[in-house]
Unconditional design. Structure first.
Length: 409
């Protein structure tokens, strides 16, 4: 005979549930409390770059020689700074990460890749690096154009994915669910008006670039017009008539266009007859102080990029005593900060794939521009008699001597 199922009265079951010990809450994940507010308006949808990158690149990099030279100088100088791979506190020469950075993909070397990286960072304020992995190890690196990349924000305010569009097709880069690795590294310059995208120096120098470009265009138009400023031919009339006939007006326009406009007619005197009088209607180049206006705009462009005007051949106030001091200031205040930022970002991006404690640093001893500064430091440290040999080596960035090793005089 089957046993009779025992059921508790409803009220006893309800009381038991009230007195039941609560289960432990799942552990909380640390995150910014403001993150969801940042992403709530666009969760899951790509956010477009908040400005016209193509216009900035066209007017600045492609048409302005000062901005072009500033970007090239920063990109080429920063790309020449050698990286050092560290495992813990020790250097690791020949590390696979060092090999990858020297030959990142089949079509570009390390210097070419980094030059494009720094160039995009200065042009757009954003730079993107794609890591191609095989069996969990990075095999190739590619720099992606920033104007083709879109950020897809997640519910916590951080990017959940990146979308890259080219040739009418789109590729989506998402975080690996098993390892948590995001195959795209995004580095942005500080932008006070965007949560995701950086601000380009080109944007800060936009007004100065427009002035500089407009000055060049005005000068070209003035030369095309036989270097004559704008003016008007006023007809007073020989018999008190203040108006030309249709035939006279057409003939006057034809003669001016054929005989007095364009560089071929530069210097040809203007023959006035029949009560015609020439009245200038614009300032001359001397009155505008045209050359100085272009130099001021050029100095403002160089200031936005952090390049001393002396290195660009722009005349003006002698801010630095000589070219050598200007070059040292360029490296210390412009090149090294952006190179250090890149080394830290790439080290944090790829280092964990090679094991714990792997990071990137800069080899300052390999920079020729800092040789005089380095020699001065060595002389000061070597003359410090109160320091031991190992303390002196530590002060200039070297480790302790191996046991039994000696420094030869």
């Amino acid at each position: 005979m089957a046993e009779k199922e025992t059921r508790l009265p409803f009220w006893k079951g309800a009381i038991g549930r009230l007195w039941r010990k609560p289960t432990a809450a799942p552990p909380e994940t640390k995150a910014s409390r403001a993150g969801p507010l940042i992403a709530c308006h666009a969760t899951g949808r790509p956010i477009w770059t908040p400005r016209d990158y193509a216009s900035l690149a066209r007017e600045g990099m492609a048409r302005n020689p000062i901005a072009y030279r500033c970007i090239r100088m920063i990109a080429e100088a920063a790309a020449s700074v050698p990286f050092i791979v560290y495992v813990g506190a020790s250097e690791a020469p020949g590390h696979p990460l060092e090999t990858l950075l020297r030959a990142p993909n089949p079509v570009a070397g390390g210097a070419t890749l980094l030059e494009a990286w720094y160039g995009y960072l200065q042009t757009a304020g954003n730079a993107y690096l794609e890591a191609v992995t095989l069996e969990g190890a990075p095999r190739e690196l590619y720099v992606l154009r920033p104007d083709r990349m879109r950020i897809v924000p997640g519910p916590r305010g951080w990017p959940d994915a990146y979308e890259y569009e080219a040739g009418g097709q789109s590729v989506r880069f998402e975080r690996d669910g098993a390892t948590g690795f995001m195959p795209v590294l995004h580095v942005a310059l500080f932008n006070p008006l965007s949560d995701y995208y950086g601000q380009s120096p080109l944007e800060a120098a936009a007004f100065a670039i427009d002035i500089h470009n407009a000055g060049g265009a005005w000068n070209k138009a003035l030369l095309d017009n036989a270097a004559r400023p704008s003016g008007a031919l006023i007809y007073g009339g020989g018999n008190g008539e203040g108006q030309l006939s249709s035939d006279q007006f057409a003939r006057l326009k034809e003669e001016l266009a054929e005989h007095y406009q364009g560089p071929r007619n530069a210097g040809r005197p203007l023959l006035l007859e029949g009560g015609l009088d020439w009245k200038p209607m614009s300032l001359s180049p001397a009155e505008m102080d045209f050359i100085e206006a272009k130099h001021v705009a050029a100095r403002e462009i160089a200031l936005a990029f952090g390049v001393p005007p002396q290195l660009l051949g722009i005349p003006g106030d002698a801010t630095y005593a000589n070219y050598r001091e200007a070059n040292l200031a360029f490296w210390r205040h412009t090149v090294l900060p952006v190179a250090a930022k890149t080394a830290e970002a790439i080290g944090n991006f790829l280092g964990p794939l090679y094991g714990p404690g792997v990071r990137l640093g800069l080899d300052l001893d390999g920079i020729e521009a800092l040789s005089l500064e380095r020699e001065s430091l060595w002389q000061r440290v070597n003359g410090a008699s109160f320091l031991t040999l190992d303390e002196k080596r530590a002060a200039v960035g070297y480790g302790r001597l191996p046991q039994g090793a000696r420094v030869h005089d």
